[in-house]
Design a protein around this ligand. Sequence first.
Ligand code: GDP
Ligand code: GDP
Length: 436
Amino acid sequence: MKPTLVLVGRPNVGKSTLFNRLTRSRDALVADQPGLTRDRHYGIGRVGERDYLVVDTAGFDPVAKDGIMHEMAQQAEQAIAEADALLFLVDGRVGMTPHDQQIAERLRRADRPVYLVVNKAEGMNRAVAASEFHALGLGDPLAISASHGDGVKELVALVLEPFPQDADEAEETRDKSPRIAIVGRPNVGKSTLVNALLGEERVIAFDMPGTTRDAIAIPFERNGRKYTLIDTAGLRRRGKVFEAVEKFSVIKTLQAIERCNVVVLVLDAAQDISDQDAHIGGFVLDSGRALVVAVNKWDAVDDYRRERIKADISRKLGFLSFARFHYISALKGSGVAVVLKSVDAAFAAAMSDLSTPRLTRTLQVAVAKQAPPRHGVFRPKMRYAHQGGSNPPVVVIHGSALDQVPASYVRFLERSFIEAFKLQGTPLRIQFKTAH
Ligand code: GDP
Ligand code: GDP
C-alpha cells in the first residue's frame, strides 16, 4: 500500500504550499481537464522516487474544541489516525508559538512517526532556523522552504525511507485478473453492490487480517473469471453478507484506487451529484485507473428524476466521459452483470499491448488530419510513437519542438489513439520526448 503522509500545523505555516509542491501533477494535462474539481486536501505525491498519498489538514484545526472548528478537528483526528507519517510544520520566521506547543502536545500522543518541519527557512542558516524548535520534544527539526523547494526532496526521501517498497505490488502487477475497487460516498450502495457481486458466487478464499489498517482483498470468481475486490468500505462479514462498518474514509478510498486496476464508481440516482462524488472522480482521473460508473438505485427513481440525474452527470462529471456509465439496481441485482462486463473491457483496454508500428501509423494519420500548431518559429515535429506503460496506457511520442504542444492538441491525440485502438474505459496518457 502507498504510505500516507499527513501535513499538520497551525494556520499560515505553509501546509498548502508544501501540499501543492508535493502533489503538483506530473501531467499538467490531467489538471487541465475542463470541469474537473479536485479536493485540494488529498493528493498523490509526485516528488521523490516512489508513490505516496498526501493529506493537507489546512483548515482542519487539530485542537479546536467547538462548532465548525470542532468538526474540522474531527477530520484532522481521522487523518492523523489513518496517517503512516505525520509532517508537523512550523514557521521558521515567526518562531515557536503557544499554538505550536499545543499541537506538539497532541502529536506526542500519536503512535505514528512525527517529523518536525521548520518551513520558510530559505536564506536562513538551517541550524539556526531549527534550533529553538528542539524544545517541542519531537526530535531533530528539519529546515525546508516549501515555496522555494529547498530541502523538500530530502524530506520526502527521509520520511519514505522506513516504508519498504510493497513486495506484493510487483506481484499484483503480474496478476492477470482485474483488481476492482468499489468506491463512492456513504450510502450510495457500495456494500449492496459487493453483496450482489459476491452473493451466490464462490469467494475463493476469505482472509480477514486483524488490523483495519490493511486493505482487505477478496478474491472471487464469476462466470469462470477471476477477480479481486479491494475493500474500501471497511467491509465486515455478517453471516453471509458483507456490510460497511467503518465511517467513510477519503484516505482508504484513495489507497484502494491506487491499488486497483479498475475503479467502479457508485453514484446514487436519487441524489444530485455532490462535490464529494466529483472529488472522488477527480482522484480516479488523476490516478489513471480504468473506470466504470454505476448509477445505482435506478429502481427507486421515476422518469423525471432519471432525466435530471443524467443531465447532472453530464454537467458535473463530464471529465469522466472516457468511462462507461450503467444504470443499475444493486438491491435487485439488475445491471450488475453488465457492470462486470465493462470491468473486463476496461481492464483489457488498460492492459493492452500497443504495437510501435500501429502507434506510429495512428500518429501519422492524426497529424495529417490536423497538424500541431506552430509555437513561435517552431513547428512541432512528431516522428514516431511507442508504448511507455499500461494502466493507464502511456504513449511516448518522439520528435522535436514538442515542449509547447497545447493541451487541446494533446487531447486530440489522446482521442485519436483511443479510437484507433478502441480503448474503452481507460484514460490514456501522452508523453513527449524531444530530441536535442
Ligand atoms: P497554511 O495555512 O499552513 O496552509 O499556509 P499556506 O501554505 O497558505 O502559506 C501561508 C503563507 O506562507 C503564504 O503567504 C505562503 O506564500 C507563505 N509561505 C509558504 N511557504 C513558504 C516558504 O517556504 N517561504 C516563505 N517565505 N513563505 C512561505
Ligand atoms: P454504502 O454505504 O455505499 O455501502 O451503501 P449501502 O450498500 O449500505 O446502501 C445504503 C442504503 O441504500 C441501504 O439502505 C440499501 O438497502 C439501499 N440501496 C442500496 N442499493 C440500492 C438499490 O439499488 N436500490 C434501492 N432502492 N436501494 C438501494
